[in-house]
Ligand binder design. Structure first.
Ligand SMILES: Nc1ncnc2c1ncn2[C@@H]1O[C@H](COP(=O)(O)OP(=O)(O)O)[C@@H](O)[C@H]1O
Ligand SMILES: [Mg+2]
Length: 402
């Protein structure tokens, strides 16, 4: 690769930036970072990344940096990729212009658009497929030169690797989520098979044999036994249904639902479960959190307790949920045998918890060591996940060169 135009500082900066980019797994943040670095290394006042739609005819998304939020709002619709931006879509090769308004393909700018003169555009090609374009405009001193173009091309290459990487990561997360859901279904199928189906089979045998009896006392005894059996089965089924979706969670709220979950675990597993729930700091009118947040917290506690019962051999578990400063903090701490959280594992429980917390806009930490018990700690936003969508241009100054 010829690098004669690029001075050593910029080259070093590009290499260093590449490392950071490929570690960024959040596409939104990644694109923002790329645009900002592109401004920094080329001296462009504005940078934007346009993402092509599936048929690569138009821009599906457009992320601009260097324009403040008010200006951006006044301009209105985002560019779709006509005019100059369309040139790069039809012919994905670097394009440098002294004045984009003078180009025959120029449509001119919409009202309130800041004036832009010099232009440099390079395609972002991900695995041989045009993915989008990086656009730079209005170099602070003069026109974009060959070295700027080279820097932008290198950056677009880095971007392609990082975008591919982030995409794969996203796919893996999706696969994990699906696998976790499948495992959950398998568990219920097993439970229904082992408990309910077996119970009903037993009942059927009991009643069939009663049919063959002639002595009224024998028939009566068999029916009494069957009625008792049915009572037990109803109880088991009720427990199963409660685990699937506790009515208390919908009707009474998180605190009673957690307390009854803790009581069930304590009664069935013979472990001491302490609950400490304080939601005043975030609960709404009726003392309730949002249904999504209540469900997330309940499922997190349920999964954590399942793990304690299954793996920890603990004597005591503490479940604490506290709301304050717009956040809800959850801690499940056991005094069991612990494990090495860094070691690779096969289960989906912890992955599912992580996924749930991310979806709720929070963070999860599992602290444990062999012999030292386990603490699951989650922090969730009380107002739910931040709305998605594109980061607005913020007009921030480019980060200075090191
Ligand atoms: N509270 C705990 N105490 C001890 N070990 C635990 C605890 N929670 C999780 N683990 C360990 O982490 C592993 C992964 O847990 P998880 O993802 O829920 O999968 P699974 O429960 O299906 O094995 C468990 O197999 C166990 O070795
Ligand atoms: Mg588990």
């Amino acid at each position: 690769m010829a690098t004669e135009g690029l001075d050593e500082d910029r080259l070093r900066r590009l290499i260093e930036v590449g490392r950071a980019l490929v570690q960024q797994l959040d596409l939104e943040a990644l694109l923002t970072q790329i645009a900002d670095v592109a401004r920094e290394v080329t001296g462009a006042r504005y940078a934007a990344i346009g993402v092509l739609d599936d048929v690569r005819a138009e821009l599906e998304r457009f992320l601009a940096r260097g324009i403040d939020v008010e200006t951006r709002a006044r301009i209105g619709d985002l560019p779709r990729g006509h005019g100059i931006l369309g040139l790069l879509i039809r012919d994905p090769r670097p394009l440098r212009l002294h004045d984009l308004r003078e180009h025959p393909r120029s449509y001119g700018f919409p009202p309130h658009h800041p004036p832009m003169r010099s232009f440099l555009g390079v395609p972002i090609v991900v695995r041989g497929r045009a993915w989008g374009n990086l656009y730079l405009t209005d170099k602070r001193d003069g026109d974009f030169d060959a070295a700027d173009e080279e820097a932008a091309v290198i950056l677009a290459d880095w971007a392609a690797v990082a975008i591919d990487n982030a995409g794969r990561f996203e796919q893996q997360r999706l696969r994990d989520t699906l696998a976790a859901a499948e495992q959950e279904r398998r568990r219920w199928a097993r439970e229904l098979h082992d408990e309910t189906l077996q119970g009903l089979g037993g009942l059927q045998m009991l009643l069939s044999s009663a049919l063959r009896r002639s002595e009224p006392e024998q028939v009566e005894r068999a029916i009494r036994a069957a009625v008792g059996e049915i009572g037990t089965e109803i109880e088991k089924l009720r427990t199963l249904i409660t685990e699937l979706r506790p009515a208390a969670l919908d009707e009474l709220g998180l605190q009673p639902a957690l307390e009854s979950l803790a009581d069930r675990v304590a009664a069935v597993e013979g472990v001491v479960v302490e609950t400490d729930v304080a939601l005043e700091g975030a609960a709404g009118e009726a003392g309730r959190l949002s249904p999504a947040l209540e469900t997330a917290l309940y499922r997190l506690v349920q999964e954590a307790l399942t793990n304690v019962v299954k793996h920890a051999h603990a004597e005591r578990v503490e479940v604490a949920v506290r709301a304050r400063d717009g956040r809800v903090e959850l801690t499940v701490r056991d005094d069991g045998r612990g494990f090495d959280p860094e070691a690779p594992r096969g289960g989906f429980g912890l992955i599912g918890m992580q996924e749930r917390v991310v979806l709720a806009g929070g963070s999860l930490e599992v602290r444990s060591a062999p012999g030292a018990g386990t603490t699951v700690h989650a922090i969730l936003r009380a107002d739910g996940p931040r709305s998605g969508g594109y980061a607005p241009a913020d007009g921030g100054a480019p980060t200075p060169l090191p």
